[in-house]
Design a protein around this ligand. Structure first.
Ligand code: SF4
Length: 575
């Protein structure tokens, strides 16, 4: 509490640290009472935060909680088997703990290890490509209090372009001297030389759009943000990469954190902001030291702080942690979370850029977008315009996972065909099978059947299909995978993550869950089919935030392209 100056806006950060450092594995009653007294806030406020965020707990958990990922990719790759194996080995079911309190079994939303699916998480350690033998060995070692070696989180990028990812494998992501040797911080120097108007023009000319999923033109965003005048302005790097199937920001942050810091510095200079945050998802807590080191070194070498390199600009960055909530990727929810509250979206207007964190003008910008800004300000907008298509210049960092031979992170030029990405870069469908369907852009992205993938991966093509390219996730299912099961997984995720503030999303999700369960058991009715379409449409139109609105996209596509698969599961008796 002292570290955070007893400031109740820091409550979430305090609770995350307490949770991470307690031997008990949960935040106990005494601690809650103590915080309440010291911060002079009601206990209910602390309870509301702990119960909102998945990473916080008020209940006693086992020493080793085996978290099985229930994300879309892990679902395709057989996460259900892991639960059965653990049940066999330890004799516990989901939600239970062993009598000695050593192990418990839980399912957990996607933690960004889709290239290693099916994956589990124990504490901050991730284990991928789980087989029966592997989980037996992990459990055996932990029973003896020994740690099983962690899987390397290194994604392949063979054969792909390296523009945004130019520094991947060129240095270890740790040493600032190496980063500077690769031309690091030249982009900031160029920005200062060019001046603000010209730099924003350069970024606009490059055609960069927001890479977190919103696709808003970055040049316009910067200039709108600059137009909001206030003595105190804030920039937040959104590293809350929560879309299932997405792990590109993980790789960028891990392999080139300085490029993100430089991107934040440039954006802060262009918008006249002096305070920065990197909001890192709790699932990436294992990267905290690495990113913290990059911030520290940047400060030490004068790239953060006051009057940076005599530019007259002051800027510094704080690294803060999320606590396991998908909705916190949404602008206002993220601001609420930064203020130490449950991450619940606010109504608009005013917008985040006008009154976000602590009602201050706030610019929220995705990790990959920041890397793209640095790239363009270092090399000029031509580095983007010489690739891609006229309406979608440049490259995109994508994450291909699921039933492919080489899942991983790849940088691709816009306009490449989806089929080529899967067959050319990711080595084609595993086991020699055919593609059944593909989900593009995360759990809220569109779903296309295997027969419709000879299309360009670019904004215009996807906009014509009433979809977006979203976060860059490409989750591939083969022709043995069941679309009804798959959308059941997608819907279960959204049901869990809905913050409950607005009725269409909160209640719609409950109804959809019941309907999809009936389909899964082949007990659907024709009325269910009609209600399914009606609820999805209502959610799309009437939900308050992007989560409820976009959640409808995959569910709608599933019914559009695979209606027969649903109708096959309709009970005909009585009709
Ligand atoms: Fe919350 Fe869903 Fe409404 Fe968004 S759409 S505010 S997540 S209930």
């Amino acid at each position: 509490l002292k570290k955070y100056n007893y400031d109740s806006h820091e409550l979430l950060q305090m609770l995350v640290e307490i949770q991470k450092n307690t031997d008990k594995g949960y935040i106990d009653r005494d601690t809650i009472e103590f915080i309440s007294r010291e911060l002079n806030i009601p206990e209910i406020r602390i309870h509301s935060i702990i119960s909102y965020y998945d990473a916080l707990s008020m209940e006693s958990e086992a020493r080793y909680v085996i978290n099985v990922c229930n994300g879309t990719t892990c679902g395709l790759m057989g996460n259900g088997r892991i639960e059965k194996w653990v049940e066999d080995i330890l004799g516990i079911k989901k939600g239970e703990a062993t009598d000695d309190g050593l192990f418990s079994l839980k399912e957990t939303p996607c933690f960004g290890a889709c290239d290693m699916a099916p994956a589990i998480r124990i504490g901050d350690r991730i284990y991928g490509n789980i087989t029966r033998n592997k989980i037996e060995e992990i459990i055996e070692k932990l029973s003896r209090d020994e740690l099983y070696p962690e899987d390397k989180r290194l994604s392949t990028d063979n054969g792909s372009l390296k523009i945004i990812t130019s520094n991947f494998d060129e240095y270890d992501g740790m040493n600032i001297i190496d980063y500077i040797g690769l031309g690091g911080y030249e982009a900031f120097n160029n920005t200062v030389k060019k001046g603000i108007e010209e730099s924003i023009d350069e970024i606009s000319k490059s055609g960069i759009r927001g890479r977190g999923g919103a696709q808003y033109p970055t040049g316009r965003k910067l200039s709108q943000s600059r137009a909001v005048k206030n003595e105190r302005k804030v920039i937040v790097c959104n590293a809350d990469e929560g879309e299932p199937g997405t792990f590109k920001d993980r790789e960028i942050l891990k392999r080139d954190p300085y490029k993100i810091i430089e991107g934040m510095l440039i954006a802060s200079y262009l918008t006249d902001a002096n305070e920065g945050f990197i909001y890192l998802r709790e699932e990436y807590y294992w990267m905290r030291d690495r990113i913290g080191n990059a911030i520290e070194k940047s400060r030490e070498y004068g790239w953060l702080g006051e009057n940076i390199k005599n530019s007259g600009h002051d800027f510094d960055i704080r690294l803060v942690s999320g606590a396991g909530s998908y909705v916190c990727g949404e602008g206002f929810a993220l601001c609420e979370s930064l203020e130490g509250k449950p991450g619940i979206p606010r109504s608009k207007p005013p917008y985040v850029k006008q009154a976000g964190y602590l009602q201050l003008p706030t610019l929220i910008i995705n990790v990959e977008t920041l890397a793209a800004i640095t790239t363009v300000m270092k090399n000029g907008s031509e580095i983007f315009t010489e690739h891609g298509t006229e309406e979608s210049p440049g490259t995109k960092v994508v994450c291909i996972s699921g039933k492919v031979n080489t899942p991983g992170v790849y940088e691709v030029p816009f306009g490449i065909s989806v089929m080529e990405m899967i067959n050319g870069l990711a080595g084609g469908v595993s086991g020699g099978r055919k593609i059944g369907f593909v989900q593009i852009g995360g759990a809220s992205g569109g779903i296309l059947p295997g027969s419709k993938l000879n299309i360009g991966y670019d904004y215009e093509t996807f906009s014509n299909l009433n979809m977006g390219i979203g976060s860059g996730a490409v989750v591939v299912a083969d022709d043995t995978d069941d679309i009804v099961e798959y959308v059941g997984t997608v819907q279960k995720f959204f049901s869990h993550e809905s913050c409950g503030k607005c009725t269409p999303c909160r209640e719609g999700n409950k109804q959809l869950k019941r309907i999809l369960e009936r389909f899964k058991e082949s007990k659907g009715t024709k009325e269910d089919v009609e209600n399914y379409k009606r609820i999805v449409k209502t959610m799309e139109i009437a939900s308050l935030c992007g989560s409820g609105k976009t959640e409808a996209v995959p569910l709608k596509n599933a019914m559009e392209y695979f209606e027969d698969d649903f109708l096959k599961r309709v009970v005909t008796d009585g009709f």
